[in-house]
Write a protein of this length. Structure first.
Lengths: 325, 325
DNA sequence: GCTTGCTCTGAAACGCGTTTCATACCCTAC
DNA sequence: GTAGGGTATGAAACGCGTTTCAGAGCAAGC
């Protein structure tokens, strides 16, 4: 029992074309006809069916976003930034949680092929480059980390600079033996951070031992485990760089339990500047995550409006010193 | 240059109807024709246009979710739960961030009217009941807190029970003078919690002073301010119930700064059991937020499949005792 | 007076699947 | 032998807007 533009047209004694023009604010409609149409819309309580609009226009004004885990603070902030831009442009946001599952990811990519979204924002992507390459034939894509695919633009945090900030700071505090703890060692972020770390280590002749390295850590609980392994070692580092504030908070927690004085006995520096780092007084590398989302979305909109954009974009980081270093 | 089912039909020497049947796994298609169609789909690299599907089917297999702020941990967990269910049912999620702005909210509600989503999940709603009432004529809606609209189902946390758990626990620890700190005093949650608190207070003859009440607090920083105001008072409560772990963490932080011993000098209990509560050793009332999202989404799917559901649903809470009480 | 160029309007085609309905075939049951 | 019922297929209508194109009206320019 939906009202359609045909009924409006009939009631207002104009053609469907004219109704469509009124709805789309086309200038060539005389005032009297416009008023008649608007009145009919009122009286019949017309509500447009946007599936028809999308079909005929060939676009949907929807952006797709895929992330591994919505409730990870990094991604929820990223989405928040993207959402803000979408609101500004009156676009909607189609969100998908992949759980780092390749099938889920591929399934979501179809939304672009199926014309359900006008563009795609990749919070993370585990698909091989050739898949992304093929996908980019179907629409514009922006990746929130270096994608390894030159057909799509990317925005990312300057991980090298971040690691360097952290290490410069620790060296200034007199540390020479510094451990590393990251999340997914195989993700772009993980690889970049590890590379930058070991490069720096070599450049500055820092001490090293394989048992000072940890990966696959994401939670507070993980941090506690890392700390236990670390503090068990007789020859241990005097500081550690940690890829996540949550993990770092776990390490601080365990240090307190074991009575190891921070920062004098052991220093910890995290990444992200999540709210948690404030209460546990953790030094950290602040990542402008919301801004990252905003920038990624803006880049996508530029491309949707046929503007050229530079394909790699980096955001800068800053050091926030608190009492853990 | 899109391939359409017509081209497939031509190539496979069948009708469009048959192609449609193959795509929809309709049983009445002979194997040889089905194969011919599938082959043509392969060769022409056919990709369906789902806007056309949505238009003719009258549904989109998309759920809408609206929340005030995506990166608030409560809502990101809620969305994560919803997203999980959506993945299970192969539905997509259209997400909107309202920033508690009524216009944003109304704008998003149109997605249901416009037939862009099959159902709506309200993470929060500030619209008056009559708006929600009218909206529910356009599709199924589930609200994640008591909505005040009897036409839609709701799932919510049992706030009364939560407050009671917290207060029972504090009384057991010998507290008689207990403060209260909540977020939005005008939201459903805020009202419920305050009511339950004051009811309990009266029932058990607890001490009270108007300066022991705080609202509009959401962040760690807010918590620090609350603590400062609190600790300035000569006649102050011996414990406080706080509606958010973040705010509670701020209070604990300030207590430490001021050298007030916790829990002996002052006890704090939070709500949510966010990760932060673990590292700061905060006692808290655990809210099953992800489960709340899952349940809300499940309820919506039940309704989309024409099943009756009970209109009010509550989830239970549990006390997590740590070192702050 | 006639061309040029806007303004305004509607018929028809288009975007692309799905669904209905009619038809035809085949087998089983009586 | 034939009525009944399942299987298989296609033509045409349908869902509902937008866009193209052609044409009419009207004013300004020469």
């Amino acid at each position: 029992m939906m009202t359609t533009i045909s009924e409006i047209a009939q009631k207002a004694k104009v053609s469907r074309t004219t109704v469509s023009r009124v709805l789309n604010h086309h200038p060539y409609v005389k005032a009297d006809k416009r008023d008649a149409v608007l009145q009919a819309i009122q009286e019949l309580q017309y509500v447009p069916n946007f599936n028809a609009v999308h079909l005929s226009k060939g676009r949907t004004n929807v952006l797709g976003v895929i992330v591994p885990k919505i409730d990870h603070p990094f991604f929820s902030q990223l989405i928040a930034g993207i959402g803000e831009v979408c609101n500004r442009y009156r676009y909607s946001l189609l969100l998908h949680q992949s759980n780092n599952d390749l099938n889920q990811e591929l399934h979501f990519f179809n939304q672009l092929k199926y014309k359900l979204v006008d563009g795609l924002l990749l919070g993370s992507a585990i698909s091989p480059p050739h898949v992304l390459d093929e996908l980019s034939n179907y629409g514009k894509i922006v990746c929130c980390e270096a994608s390894g695919c030159d057909k799509m633009a990317s925005v990312s945090v300057n991980h090298e600079a971040g690691i360097q900030l952290a290490l410069d700071h620790l060296r200034e505090q007199g540390h020479q033996n510094i451990g590393l703890c990251i999340g997914n060692a195989k993700s772009g972020v993980g690889i970049k951070r590890a590379q930058a770390f070991f490069q720096y280590q070599q450049n500055y002749q820092l001490g090293w031992n394989a048992s000072w390295y940890f990966d696959g850590n994401y939670t507070i609980e993980d941090g506690i485990q890392v700390a236990r392994q670390l503090f068990r070692q007789s020859h241990r580092p005097t500081a550690i760089v940690v890829g996540s504030d949550y993990v770092a908070a776990g390490i601080l927690y365990e240090a307190r339990i074991q009575g190891i004085p921070v920062p004098d006995g052991f220093a910890v520096i995290g990444f992200d500047n999540q709210p948690i780092s404030e209460v546990v007084e953790l030094s950290t590398i602040d990542q402008p995550i919301v801004e990252l989302g905003i920038m990624a979305a803006e880049l996508l909109f530029l491309q949707l409006h046929d503007q050229q954009v530079s394909s790699t974009n980096q955001l800068n980081l800053k050091l926030i010193q608190r009492k853990s270093t």
